[in-house]
Design a protein around this ligand. Structure first.
Ligand code: NAD
Length: 481
């Protein structure tokens, strides 16, 4: 499904019209291609007094070939007036002061602003955020990144510190809404215990969030904990040697997941119902994977799948539970079959498969479970009581299984997509579809590849310190925010 409005806006004639009429202005997002540099420009790295993460972050970025500046002028400063005038922030400022940077700040251009806020221990210290970000509010390149690093409030040593750390969410979520031009903003909570905060624990998350892989992820709080992280020999193939199962891989998001994970080096076992056999075969032929035709809801599906994985591969390093269905009706009109079918495919089948794979120890230490939830599971949705229940259940599964499997070195996470351009969303009536597309900070729907890249990051051996997260891939949708 193409977004004709976004294509029009990104054309020369469209740009002029959109600016004149003040219409939604979806920017062209920076998406990842293998071999791309992490960022389109240097990083400005700042830290509150007493922060514990600036040094490891500087080491990670420098090793990744990124220019790191701790002053306010980047090594390759330039001025791009056209880009600076785009987006919601640009519109506000033109109305207010003729387009000059707020506060008379620098005209420098950074690929990202990264700020270590772990040193902030009470609310008066929050002023340091203003001092760092205010002069840079116009200094981030289109599709640039803002990352704030904090301490999980629950781990803070005093109520005042916990309060100040919790306050960071308001800043990052607002920056995500304010900077425009495809700039995204995230808060990363880095545990202060164990080896967290070392380059090994943080590197995967920083690389993902800074890169074009996270194009449609914004306004998120990601937790980095203490699980073991294995750094790849080549960051262009972060899944090299991994055996990955992707359910619902014949089309849509699942097919994109299969492609992205194969591109990143994984050996992909792609599963879908027998009726989707031809489409599934086309996907596996394209990526050099193998196909399993299986209806996940049949009684013997978990054992048949486990037998297949045991015989062919001896293990499965990553399980991506993507298969899902909708059977929409308002609750009063919904028959029990619709309820049962959605709960069974979207939630119960995942539990049954996890149980058998874990019991037979087919998921080794360092394994990954990644499930696909939905923002409907967070916000609820009219006509989708069954679907939203199943997708909220997926979040419950992450909450309960992540701590239970930590001892086995297996991480459990979920993605919660928002409006993604697929057959599913193409069927939504036009007006509702347009609202869904535009009601987010990026003013556009995401692509299946955006969900796939996020799943890829959670699947990397290098992401062992990331567990128990539900990461929305929704362009910071207003729903459930
Ligand atoms: P889709 O309908 O295009 O693909 C789903 C795939 O799952 C299909 O190939 C289907 O055959 C397979 N499948 C369904 N039941 C199965 C079963 N019993 N056994 C094996 N395979 C089965 O859907 P999509 O849009 O690609 O969605 C993929 C996932 O993302 C789903 O879990 C969906 O709920 C979730 N999601 C999608 C969106 C969106 O905007 N498209 C938003 C939020 C969440």
């Amino acid at each position: 499904m193409t977004d004709r409005y976004a294509s029009f806006v990104q054309s020369g004639a469209g740009r002029a019209l959109v600016k004149r009429l003040g219409l939604p202005d979806p920017p062209r997002l920076r998406r990842h291609s293998p071999g791309d540099p992490l960022l389109p420009g240097p990083v400005l790295l700042g830290a509150a007094t007493g922060g514990r993460l600036a040094d490891p972050v500087a080491a990670i970025l420098t090793a990744a070939g990124v220019d790191v500046s701790t002053g306010t002028t980047p090594p390759t400063a330039g001025h791009d007036d056209a880009a600076a005038a785009d987006g919601p922030a640009g519109r506000d400022e033109r109305a207010g002061n003729g387009g000059a940077p707020p506060g008379g700040g620098t005209s420098a251009r950074f690929g990202a602003l990264v700020y270590d806020a772990t040193g902030i221990t009470d609310s008066t210290g929050l002023r340091q955020l203003y001092d760092f970000f205010h002069p840079q509010a116009r200094a981030v390149l289109p599709s640039g990144r803002v990352i704030v690093l904090g301490t999980p409030p629950a781990e803070c040593g005093s109520p005042r510190e916990a309060t100040a750390q919790r306050a960071l969410e308001g800043l990052t979520r607002s920056i995500g809404k304010e900077f425009g031009r495809g700039v995204t903003a995230q808060l990363v909570h880095v545990t202060a215990t164990g080896d967290a905060g070392t380059p090994t624990s943080l590197e995967a998350t920083l690389r993902f969030l800074l890169s074009g892989r996270s194009a449609y992820v914004s306004g998120q709080v990601v937790r980095v904990g203490t699980g073991p992280a294995v750094v790849p020999a080549d960051w262009n193939r972060p899944l090299a040697g991994q055996v990955v199962l992707v359910t619902g891989a014949a089309r849509g998001i699942g097919a994109a997941v299969a492609r992205v994970l194969a591109r990143d080096g994984a050996q992909v076992v792609a599963l879908d119902v027998p009726a989707a056999g031809d489409a599934l075969a086309a996907v596996v032929n394209e990526i050099g994977g193998t196909a399993v035709q299986l209806d996940l809801t049949t009684a013997d599906a978990p054992t048949r799948l486990a037998d297949h994985l045991a015989e062919r591969h001896g293990r499965v390093d990553v399980v991506v539970h993507n298969a899902g269905i909708t059977r929409d009706k308002t609750l009063g009109r919904m028959d029990a079959d619709r309820w049962d079918a959605v709960l069974d495919v979207n939630l119960s089948s995942q539990e049954r498969i996890n149980d058998v794979l874990l019991e037979r120890e087919l998921i080794p230490e360092g394994g990954r479970l990644v499930a696909v939830s939905s923002i409907a599971g967070i916000a609820g949705n009219r006509g989708q009581t069954n679907y939203a229940t199943s997708k909220a259940g997926v979040i419950g599964l992450v909450d309960s299984l992540a701590p239970a499997l930590a001892g086995r070195g297996i991480s459990v996470n979920a993605v919660a997509p928002g409006f993604i351009e697929t057959r599913l969303t193409a069927r939504i009536p036009l007006v509702v579809r347009e609202a869904g597309r535009r009601m987010n900070s990026l003013a556009q729907g995401g692509l299946p590849v955006d969900v796939a890249e996020t799943i890829g990051w959670l699947a990397w051996p290098a992401s062992g310190a990331v567990s128990g997260n539900v990461v929305r891939v929704c362009g910071q949708s207003l729903l459930g925010a």
